[in-house]
Write a protein that binds this ligand. Structure first.
Ligand code: ADP
Length: 555
């Protein structure tokens, strides 16, 4: 820009100078022509007086100078000419200046002389004897003037040229300097040029808009990052070609990608063929899902195409852990198999006994025995079905349990009342100690915890054994402890007794009417109350099962 301004100013200065010089030359030329004419007229008048007085003698010894003197008679015949031989000269009557002099006494003209072959000024004066004296001088041409003025003009031109250079360069810098120093961060603080005000206003407005949009974008980006980085699920956004646009930390961990995964092809991050096939499907506009083993776990990958105007512009890959789901499915399968198996045995027994009874194959004195067996097996089935229903309620509707303030001690008293006959029948002493302990929980579930633990403690006890139930109420916890003097649980089984249908000794469990679900119900109900269940047991000596409820454990 500085260069352009410099060139413009410099050119303008040079043009102005040249135009002024041309004008000046023109004016000067006119001025010198006038001066020449006036001098010629004066000389003509002087010479006319001389010729009028002296006649042709005047021309004798007339020094030859720049002037051409011609004497012409009234008929146009040249009587004398100081530069040419009169004999060879044509009649001058028709010359403009001669005509004028003959008419008004003086005549002037400027023209190209055919005789002298140059541009001349002519001045003619009528003499009293009717002849005409004419003086002429070669007129200075513009070129002559120019050549004459060349030296001073050149000096002046070079001075003007230098000045123009200096001024143009200074001016260009001066104009550009404020532009270079414009504060574009705060456009409105610049007030050097009024002409820039609309531009600067516009710039300011656009900057504000950009800042607003930038803030919006940053906020949205932050929101997106906060949400995605805290997601358990992995989330990857890809463009149509499979380049990663965004990847959250969970996905980066699962795919084994470091921080710099953005911008890379996802298949360079994870080379799994299944992943590649999944993304190919999504790129073709189809939703696809697959369970893959990643990082030692099982994850479901959902790949969905992102459609813009009906064409795939990108893909979203969602990865989530399905280990729990798979485990739950596995457990459900096992549970179903176990239930069928558990029901099959009593049903077979019932079917066998009833068949014998129907076919009259049982002796009349054995009928009661068979009927009791059918009743016993049916009772077992009822217990089993009840426990299954309880468990499925806990599985499905555990969240809907109605909680209230419960005194665990009073609840234990009531529950133990139900079990006293059982304990007595087994020859086991059942006692309760402790103090009232208020707890926020579901009374039915808490009761089933106490019932199952005490029922087991009686069932797996020895004759003349004891079961001690204690409720301890301290500042932070309410603890239920059931201590028995029973057969004990082997250390390797202590973890597993809470599994559904797990029994240490199946035949003993069945003999005492166990379903294998009692402790599962305990564990589940305790979990719903955020309580801890702990088992301490010595084989052959007895077990202590503790359930610790935190007082502020509200479901
Ligand atoms: P069950 O209906 O068979 O009693 P549970 O789930 O209540 O089923 O108990 C699982 C298994 O744990 C029982 O079969 C038994 O072997 C063992 N068990 C539970 N409580 C005790 C205990 N107090 N003493 C010894 N063994 C026990």
């Amino acid at each position: 820009m500085t260069k352009r301004i410099f060139s413009a100013v410099f050119l303008a200065a040079v043009c102005v100078f040249l135009a002024s010089a041309a004008l000046f030359m023109g004016v000067l030329y006119d001025y010198f022509s006038d001066v020449q004419c006036r001098q010629l007229r004066m000389q003509t008048d002087l010479a006319a007086q001389g010729v009028a007085g002296l006649g042709s003698d005047y021309f004798t010894n007339l020094p030859a100078d720049d002037y051409r003197i011609s004497w012409i008679d009234a008929d146009g015949v040249v009587l004398y000419d100081n530069q040419l031989a009169t004999a060879a000269m044509e009649n001058h009557l028709e010359r403009q200046e001669i005509q004028q002099a003959l008419a008004v006494g003086i005549g002037e003209s400027r023209r190209y002389s055919d005789t002298l072959l140059q541009r001349s000024i002519y001045c003619a004066r009528l003499l009293p004897n009717g002849t005409v004296l004419r003086l002429s001088v070669a007129q200075n041409t513009m070129l002559t003037l120019l050549l004459g003025m060349l030296e001073p003009m050149c000096v002046i031109f070079f001075i003007a040229f230098g000045l123009a250079l200096l001024l143009a360069s200074r001016q260009a810098k001066k104009i550009v300097e404020p532009l270079n120093n414009l504060n574009l961060d705060e456009p409105l603080s610049n007030d050097d040029y009024d002409e820039l005000a609309p531009l600067l206003n516009r710039l300011d407005l656009q900057q504000k808009q950009i800042r607003r949009q930038e803030n919006d974008l940053q906020r949205k980006q932050l929101e997106f990052e906060t949400v995605t980085s805290n997601m358990q699920e992995g989330l990857v956004l890809l463009n149509r070609q499979g380049l990663i646009l965004s990847v959250n930390s969970a996905a980066a961990r699962l795919l084994g990608a470091e921080e710099a995964a953005v911008g890379r092809d996802i298949l360079t991050v994870n080379r799994s063929l299944e992943l590649s096939a999944l993304l190919d499907k999504a790129a073709a506009g189809e939703y696809a899902e697959k369970v893959l083993k990643l990082n030692g776990g099982e994850y479901q990958l959902n790949a969905s195409p992102v459609l813009t105007d009906g064409t795939v512009s990108g893909m979203v890959l969602l990865l989530f852990d399905v280990r729990e789901k798979m485990k739950a499915e596995q457990l459900r399968r096992e549970f179903t198999a176990n239930v069928s198996h558990e029901l099959k045995t009593p049903l077979h027994t019932i079917a066998g006994c009833s068949e014998l009874l129907v076919n009259g194959l049982v002796k009349p004195e054995d009928t009661t025995k068979f009927a009791r067996q059918i009743y016993g097996e049916a009772q077992r089935m009822i217990n089993l079905v009840e426990d299954i229903i309880k468990l499925s309620h806990l599985d499905e509707a555990g969240g809907d349990m109605r909680c209230e303030n419960v005194d665990l001690y009073a609840l234990a008293e009531n529950t133990l009342k139900l079990l006293l006959p059982v304990a007595e029948a087994a020859g086991v002493e059942l006692t309760l100690q402790g103090q009232p302990a208020n707890l926020f929980g579901a009374p039915q579930l808490l009761s089933s915890i106490i019932f199952n633990l005490c029922d087991n403690a009686i069932k797996y006890n020895r004759p003349n054994g004891s079961v001690k139930v204690a409720i301890i109420n301290d500042e932070t916890n309410v603890t239920l402890t059931v201590t028995d003097t029973g057969i004990g649980i082997p250390p390797e089984c202590q973890e597993r007794i809470f599994e559904r249908f797990y029994r240490v000794d199946k035949s003993r469990s069945q003999a005492v009417g166990g379903t294998g679900l009692g402790l599962s119900i305990v564990k589940h109900a305790a979990r719903l109350h955020n309580a801890n269940v702990n088992v301490q047991s010595v084989l052959g000596q007895g077990s202590v099962i503790t359930v610790r409820f935190s007082k502020n454990a509200v479901k």
